[in-house]
Every structure is written in structure tokens, then in C-alpha cells.
Design a protein around this ligand. Structure first.
Ligand code: HAM
Length: 433
């Protein structure tokens, strides 16, 4: 019989292999610490939600809802379900369902996989991960500034450089509608200058005309009415408040009038953190209408989500030699009678918190040592029958002071082994081995 056909993973959905793990761990540790520092509490919602949650929450005419959702009918009960493309809608659903705002505002955070059927490319996947923060029940610009500062602290903590903040205000729906009407009037008045694409979009999505690459239309686009000219006093004051708070903390930003975000639930402040190679690693803003849109009592809110893979990619580039998590000890054993005691030795070292790999599968001394070396362990413990009979084992430095050639070895009484390894590890840490 021939070899069975191999089954490949789903395109755009990645395995995270053990060599990548140190980066994920470092990132996740920093996230947990920063969220804690700002008083955010973790929430975990299901990966699958009812499809109408996203259609209503994100908006029917958005890229996500129109063409990127993994939606399906549950064959067992006919429910319309979707793999979450983002988590804000799910968190809002949970907040409403459990009445979490009953005793005041809440600061929440989450992380986990999200799913969007996009064309896979660098930094764009079909399963990707987000970390998000949502401040719910807060109306003022202080909350907007807080979530921005939280992101900034995380970049600093991770040592990320080349990340810039862009902000904008989308005002309120009424202000956006007035702007939209003015845009249509402007383009209508110059209909003869519009290309076919723009003419098609004029009444469905006039904002998209502003993104045209057609050089012949640049002057017309430049002269088009800007949204900020339609913001009322309250919207303006809110945006000014956010800027003042950022200025007070010395956070640099650029106001980008073209920043509109791809989800319908936003109002007032929107922002993105963008890298110098043009990738958005974090996007968010205020979404005051969403809670009521999803059936809750109206409450203001703002937040953001980070694209984890994009941040990790950046971390790898900024600190390419991040040390992997290494194990402390690899236990080598020779002779049939040595396995039992070797297992005991390994367990005793684990009792004191050491990370220990016990060699499995037998083999020559040489082949066991090869494995020990490849494991990244700092010490090998050698359990041979004769030594064990004397109540001893040998301990060998695999990452030795003075370089790999200068390996040391010593004999240690079984009872003293765990302490001796801990002491040697501390000494090695001090010597920077
Ligand atoms: P979003 O802009 O759709 O916002 O996604 C946030 C971030 O997720 C993006 O800036 C990007 O870094 C990452 N991302 C999005 N799609 C992909 C993909 N296909 N592959 C890799 N990374 C991706 C939201 O999702 C909102 N829920 C953010 C929010 C929270 N607004 C308020 N609260």
C-alpha cells in the first residue's frame, strides 16, 4: 500500500511551533502585567457566536460582514453561527447578557483567535489573534486617552520602536450624514470630472471616492468638504479633550482625517497604531452606539484590539536574539537498574521547581548526550548503575563557564543533588551563562 495522502492545515491558519513560544510568552506576560496595571479584568467569550450579532454589530455593508466571515448553519439545530471575526461584539453581548454594567462601568480585556476569510499574506491571516481592551460605561475623553496610554505602555514594555499613533474623530451619526450629503452634492456638481468608479459609488459610498488613485480626480477630492468641518461643539470638545490628555503625557500623534476604520460601530475618537512599514498593529476607538444596537441599555464605551501576530513579527525583528525557554536539567541513565532511581531523581528535582527532562528510549551514552545538548538544558545528570549503588550521580555542565569546551563534571550525593543543581543554576545566572 502506498503512503497515505498528507492532510495540510487550512490556508491562512498557522501552527505556533515550540520555537515561537518564547515570543508569545513574553508578549502574553507583558499584556497581563499592563492590563493589571490599568485595572482591566479578563473576560473569555466563545469563539462561535450567533451570526446576527456580527451583522448587526459590525454593520451589513462592511468588508468583514460582506465577504470575510466564516458563517455556517449548525446542521444539528439549524442555528446561524459565525466564527468570531473580532471580539468587541461578543464582549458587548456578554456584558448585556450578564448585566455587567449594573453596578457601574467596567474595564475588560480579552485575547484569543479571530477568523476572517481574507487573502493570506504577510501580516494577514485567516485565523489570527487579538488582544483587546474595552472600557465600558465611560463617556469622557479620559477613557479614550487611557486605552491609548495602555497601548503605548505595552509597546514600551516590549521595546517596540517605529510605531506611530494616528487619531481622528468620526463625530456622531448625524454629523457624518450631513458630511455625506455635502460630499454627494460636491461630487454631483462636478459629475463631469468623475470616473466610472466614482460615479457608481456616488450615492452608495461617496466616502470611498476620497480613496481614489485616479490622478485626474485629485484636485476634486482635495476640494471636497471634510468631516471635521461638520463636527458640532460637543464632538469637537471631546476630540480636543483626548488631545489635551495625550499632550499632557507627551504622547506623540498625527491627526489623520482619512482614518475611518472598517467597522460601523464607531463614533467620535478612532485611532490606530501603525508601524513604519505601514502595518496597523492596533486599532480602536469609541463605540457609544453599540451596546444599545445590540439590545442593551445605552452606555458609552471605547477600546481597541491588537493584531498579535503583527506585534510578534515586530518583536522578532527588534530583538532577534530573545532567549528561548530552556530546561534546567537533562537526566541521562545507563543500565536497566538505573531507570527507576533516575526517575526518582528527576521527580525530586521537579519538587524544588526545576525543569527536568528524563531521557526516554534508552540508547548509548553518546546518543543520550546528543539529546541532552539539543534540549538546551544547562546541566546533565548522569545516573549510572555503579554510582547509584554508592548513592551518587554525576552532574555535568552543558553550557559551561569559559565556553562549550570547558565542561565541568562532579559527583554529587543523591540527597544533595537538587540543592546542588539549584545552587549551580544561581551561580550560572550570576555568571551570565
Ligand atoms: P480591527 O481594526 O478590525 O478592529 O482589528 C484590530 C487589529 O487586528 C488590526 O489592526 C490588525 O492588527 C489585526 N488584524 C485584523 N485582521 C487581521 C488579519 N486578517 N490577520 C492578522 N491580523 C489582523 C477590531 O477588530 C475591533 N474589534 C477593535 C476594537 C475594539 N475597537 C473597539 N474595541
Amino acid at each position: 500500500m502506498g503512503k497515505a495522502e498528507r492532510i495540510q492545515g487550512v490556508r491562512g491558519m498557522n501552527d505556533v511551533l515550540p520555537d515561537d513560544e518564547p515570543w508569545w510568552q513574553r508578549f502574553e506576560d507583558a499584556v497581563a502585567a499592563v492590563m493589571r496595571a490599568y485595572g482591566y479584568r479578563r473576560i473569555r467569550t466563545p469563539i462561535v457566536e450567533p451570526t446576527p450579532l456580527f451583522v448587526r454589530g459590525i454593520g451589513e455593508v462592511t468588508d468583514i460582514v460582506e465577504k470575510e466571515m466564516y458563517s455556517f448553519t449548525d446542521a444539528l439545530n439549524g442555528e446561524a453561527l459565525t466564527l468570531r471575526p473580532e471580539c468587541t461584539a461578543g464582549v458587548v453581548r456578554a456584558v448585556i447578557e450578564h448585566n455587567l454594567l449594573y453596578d457601574g462601568p467596567k474595564r475588560l480585556w480579552y485575547d484569543g483567535p479571530m477568523f476572517r476569510h481574507e487573502r493570506p499574506q504577510k501580516g494577514r491571516y485567516r485565523q489570527f489573534h487579538q488582544v483587546g481592551a474595552e472600557a465600558m460605561g465611560f463617556a469622557g475623553p479620559d477613557a479614550d486617552a487611557e486605552v491609548i496610554l495602555l497601548g503605548k505602555r505595552l509597546w514600551d514594555e516590549l521595546g517596540l520602536t517605529g510605531v506611530a499613533l494616528e487619531i481622528n474623530s468620526l463625530g456622531q451619526a448625524g454629523e457624518r450624514n450631513a458630511h455625506r450629503a455635502a460630499l454627494i452634492a460636491h461630487f454631483d456638481a462636478h459629475a463631469e470630472q468623475l470616473d466610472a468608479d466614482a460615479r457608481r459609488r456616488l450615492h452608495t459610498n461617496p466616502l470611498r471616492i476620497l480613496d481614489t488613485k485616479n490622478p485626474a480626480m485629485q484636485a476634486l477630492v482635495e476640494a471636497a468638504p471634510r468631516l471635521d468641518q461638520f463636527l458640532g461643539a460637543e464632538s469637537q470638545a471631546h476630540f480636543a479633550g483626548v488631545q489635551q490628555l495625550l499632550d499632557a503625557r507627551g504622547v506623540a500623534y498625527r491627526i489623520n482625517p482619512r482614518l475611518v476604520r472598517g467597522l460601523d460601530y464607531y463614533n467620535l475618537t478612532v485611532f490606530e497604531w501603525v508601524t513604519d512599514d505601514g502595518l496597523t498593529i492596533c486599532g480602536g476607538g469609541r463605540y457609544d452606539p453599540l451596546i444599545a444596537m445590540l439590545g442593551g441599555n445605552a452606555a458609552p464605551a471605547c477600546g481597541f484590539a491588537i493584531g498579535v501576530e503583527r506585534v510578534l513579527e515586530r518583536m522578532r525583528r527588534t530583538h532577534p536574539d530573545e532567549a528561548g525557554a530552556r530546561c534546567d536539567v537533562y537526566v541521562v541513565h545507563m543500565g536497566g537498574a538505573a531507570l527507576g532511581p533516575a526517575l526518582q531523581v528527576a521527580e525530586r528535582m521537579r519538587d524544588v521547581g526545576l525543569a527536568v527532562i528524563l531521557h526516554c528510549g534508552g540508547g548509548s551514552f553518546k546518543s543520550q548526550f546528543k539529546r541532552a545538548d539539543a534540549s538546551g538544558a544547562r546541566f546533565a545528570v548522569i545516573a549510572g548503575e555503579e554510582e547509584l549503588a554508592r548513592g551518587e550521580v554525576s552532574m555535568k555542565w552543558l553550557r559551561a563557564p569559559g565556553g562549550p569546551g570547558a565542561s565541568r563534571q562532579e559527583t554529587v550525593a543523591l540527597d544533595a543533588l537538587a540543592d546542588r543543581v539549584v545552587g549551580a543554576l544561581l551561580a550560572a545566572d550570576n555568571e551570565g551563562i
